[in-house]
Design a protein around this ligand. Structure first.
Ligand code: GLC
Length: 578
C-alpha cells in the first residue's frame, strides 16, 4: 500500500491539529522498553541472500548472514512475509499462515534462523498480513465454493441479484475496481488490493479467532513482535454505502480506521499481546494525531507503535523542501512528546531507495548524503527502522521499460493508466523514481557478477553499481557508508539520550541545515545535518559550548568561533557542555 492519506489532506489535518512549535523541552519518556531501544533492520527475504541458486533469497541465506546482521549493531529484524504464498504480491498474499513459502525454505530453517538470532541477542518481528489472504488460501477456496459453505462469511461477498455493489477503490486492480464478479456463486467479492488478495471479514468472530491462533502459533515459537500489515483497513462498513460524490483520492478516509478497529485491536491485545513479551507495530498511524494516539497510547491496550506515512510521502520526482521535511518530523515528535511512541523510517519495501529519494545518488554525493540520512534516522526520537541495503547506500535501479518491472503495483498501475487513457510517459517517469522495485533489488554483498546474492539468475536484476557499492569493499574502508552506519548504531546503543531524550528543533528557518538537540538529564546533544550539496554556514545557538564530537561523516570540520561551515551533506553530532 502506498499511503493512506494524500499529502494535501495530511497538511490540512496538520493545520487542523493546530500543533504549535514546541519551544520548551519536554521531559524524556521514563518508561523504558526494549522495543523503544531497538534498532530494527528490515529484511526483504526475496532479495537478501540466495543459497540454493534459484535466484530468490531464502531463510538459509539469512542464517548465513546472521553475523553480518549482528555486526551492524542492529538489535531486531523485521522480516517481510515468509509464509506460503503464490506470490501475486511477493508474499503479501498468504495461502498458509503456518507454513514457510517453498522459495524460502522449511520450518526447520525458520527454527534455526530464530535460534541463531536469539543466540546473538537479535529479536525477530514477523509481518502479519490479515486484512486479506490469498485467493489460494483454503478459507477462500471453501468460501468461494458455495453460498452456504461454513467459510462463506470469512470474506466479503455481495450477491449479484442485489445489483452491482457500490464502487470501492482497489489499490492494485488494473481497473481500480475492488469488487470482482465470481460466476461460481453469482456474487462479487471484495479486494482492496489485487484480485488475488480477497479481504477477510473481521466482523466474523471466527476469523478473528483464527488470526489470534495464528499469532499465538508464532509467539509460541518465540518470535518477538508483529507488524500488522494494512491493518487499518480491516474494519469496514459492510453495508458498503455509496461514496459521497467527488471523493476522488480521499477514498482512504472511508477505508482507514473505521468503526470496530479499536475493538479488534483491544481483543488482539487481550488474546495475544498481553500474553507474550512481544512488540506490536501497525502500518499506518490513523488520519490525524488523535487517531495515532488512540492506536498506541499504553493505557488503551492496543499497539506499541504505529508508523505514519507522512515522512515517506515527502519526496517527489521533482524534489522536496527541507522546510516541509523539518515540519513533518517536528510535528510528529511534538504530538508524541509526552505520550505514545513513534517509528522513524525513510524507506522500506514499499518505497524506492533512501539515498535516491531524499539524498543525492550521484557519484560525488551518494556516500555523504546516505551517511547524513542514516545519521538522521538513528538520532531521532522513536524506534528506527533501517531497510536492508541502506546501510551501504544502495541506489535506485531506475528501469525504463515496463517489461523490466516485477511489482504488481507497477504493472497493474500501468495497465490502469492505459485503460483510462492517462499520461503514460509521466507514469513511467514517476515509476522510475518511485517504484517499489527500486527498493527490492538484490543485496550487494560483493563485486562479483550477481553481487554474491545468487549463483543463479536473480529474480530482479542486480544494480550495476555493485562493483563499488557492496559489503565486501565497504567493510574494509573505514570511511564507508557501512562503517558510518555502524558508528551510528553504536552511538545510539550507548547513548540513551538518542532514544529517550527530548527533541528540539534548532534554527527552524535555516534553508540548508536541519539541526536539533536531544536532551536527557545532564546530557545534551546537538545534531547538525546539511541536507544540500552546497557548503552551508551554521551559526551556533548563543551560549553553546561544543563538547566532544560524537559523529562526523567527514574527516574534517571547519569550525570557527561561533559557527561551523558544513561540507555538502555533512552530518555532525556534538555533545554540548552545560
Ligand atoms: C502493505 C505492504 C505492501 C503490500 C500491501 C498489501 O502496504 O507493505 O507491500 O503490497 O500491504 O498487502
Amino acid at each position: 500500500m502506498k499511503k493512506l492519506l494524500s499529502l494535501s489532506l495530511l497538511l490540512a489535518l496538520f493545520m487542523g491539529c493546530n500543533q504549535k512549535e514546541e519551544t520548551k523541552v519536554t521531559p524524556p519518556d521514563p518508561d523504558h522498553k526494549w522495543w523503544k531501544e531497538s534498532i530494527i533492520y528490515q529484511i526483504y527475504p526475496r532479495s537478501f541472500k540466495d543459497t540454493d541458486g534459484d535466484g530468490v533469497g531464502d531463510l538459509k541465506g539469512i542464517i548465513e548472514k546472521l553475523d553480518y546482521i549482528k555486526s551492524l549493531g542492529v538489535t531486531a529484524v523485521w522480516l517481510n512475509p515468509i509464509y506460503s504464498s503464490p506470490n501475486d504480491d511477493n508474499g503479501y498474499d498468504v495461502s498458509d499462515y503456518r507454513n514457510i513459502m517453498d522459495d524460502f525454505g522449511t520450518m526447520e530453517d525458520f527454527d534455526l534462523m530464530l535460534k541463531g538470532m536469539h543466540e546473538r541477542d537479535i529479536k525477530l518481528v514477523m509481518d502479519v498480513v490479515v486484512n486479506h489472504s490469498s485467493d489460494e488460501h483454503e478459507w477462500f477456496k471453501q468460501s468461494r465454493s458455495s453460498r452456504d459453505n461454513p467459510y462463506r462469511d470469512y470474506y466479503h461477498w455481495w450477491p449479484a441479484e442485489k445489483g452491482k455493489p457500490n464502487y470501492r477503490y482497489s489499490l492494485f486492480d488494473e481497473k481500480g475496481d475492488a469488487w470482482r464478479y465470481d460466476s461460481l456463486t453469482d456474487s462479487y467479492y471484495l479486494h482492496y488490493f489485487s484480485v488475488k488478495q480477497p479481504d477477510l471479514n473481521w466482523e466474523n468472530p471466527k476469523v478473528r479467532q483464527e488470526v489470534y491462533d495464528i499469532m499465538k502459533f508464532w509467539a509460541e515459537k518465540g518470535v518477538d513482535g508483529f507488524r500488522l500489515d494494512a491493518f487499518q483497513f480491516a474494519a469496514k462498513d459492510t453495508t458498503f454505502p455509496a461514496f459521497p460524490d467527488g471523493l476522488d483520492k480521499n477514498f482512504t478516509q472511508y477505508y482507514a480506521m473505521q468503526d470496530g478497529l479499536h475493538q479488534y485491536l483491544n481483543e488482539m491485545h487481550t488474546e495475544v499481546f498481553s500474553k507474550y513479551d512481544v512488540m506490536s507495530v501497525a502500518e499506518g498511524a490513523g488520519r490525524n494525531f488523535t487517531e495515532a494516539h488512540e492506536l498506541v497510547d499504553a493505557d488503551r491496550n492496543e499497539l506499541n507503535m504505529a508508523y505514519a506515512f507522512d515522512g515517506v510521502d515527502i519526496p517527489k520526482r521533482e524534489g522536496y523542501s527541507l522546510d516541509h521535511f523539518k515540519e513533518v518530523f517536528s510535528k510528529w515528535d511534538s504530538a508524541f512528546a509526552k505520550k505514545g511512541w513513534l517509528s522513524i523510517f525513510l524507506s522500506n519495501h514499499d518505497q524506492a531507495r533512501l539515498v535516491s529519494r531524499y539524498g543525492n545518488d550521484s557519484e560525488a554525493f551518494r556516500a555523504p548524503s546516505t551517511k547524513m540520512l542514516n545519521t538522521f534516522i538513528l538520532s531521532m526520537r522513536g524506534t528506527p527502522y533501517c531497510y536492508y541495503g541502506d546501510e551501504l547506500g544502495m541506489t535506485n535501479i531506475g528501469f525504463d521499460s515496463i517489461s523490466q518491472y516485477k511489482d504488481i503495483a507497477a504493472i497493474n498501475g500501468y495497465k490502469k493508466v492505459l485503460n483510462q487513457g492517462g499520461d503514460i510517459e509521466t507514469y513511467m517517469k514517476d515509476l522510475k523514481f518511485g517504484s517499489r522495485d527500486n527498493g527490492r533489488t538484490p543485496m550487494q554483498w560483493d563485486a562479483s557478477e550477481n553481487a554474491g546474492f545468487t549463483t543463479g539468475i536473480p529474480w530482479l536484476p542486480v544494480n550495476d553499481n555493485k562493483s563499488s557499492i557492496n559489503v565486501a569493499s565497504e567493510k574494509e574502508n573505514p570511511h564507508s557508508v557501512l562503517n558510518h552506519f555502524k558508528k551510528m548504531t553504536a552511538l545510539r546503543t550507548a547513548e540513551k539520550t538518542l532514544v529517550y531524550g527530548a527533541y528540539e528543533l534548532v534554527q527552524k528557518e535555516h534553508p540548508q541545515v536541519y539541526a536539533y538537540t536531544r536532551t536527557m538529564e545532564d546530557t545534551k546533544l546537538l545534531v547538525i545535518l546539511n541536507f544540500t550539496e552546497e557548503v552551508a554556514n551554521f551559526n551556533l545557538p548563543e551560549g553553546t559550548t561544543l563538547g566532544d564530537t560524537m559523529i562526523n561523516n567527514y574527516e574534517e570540520v571547519q569550525l570557527a568561533q561561533n559557527s561551523i561551515t558544513l561540507l555538502p551533506y555533512q552530518a555532525l553530532i556534538y555533545k554540548i557542555e552545560n
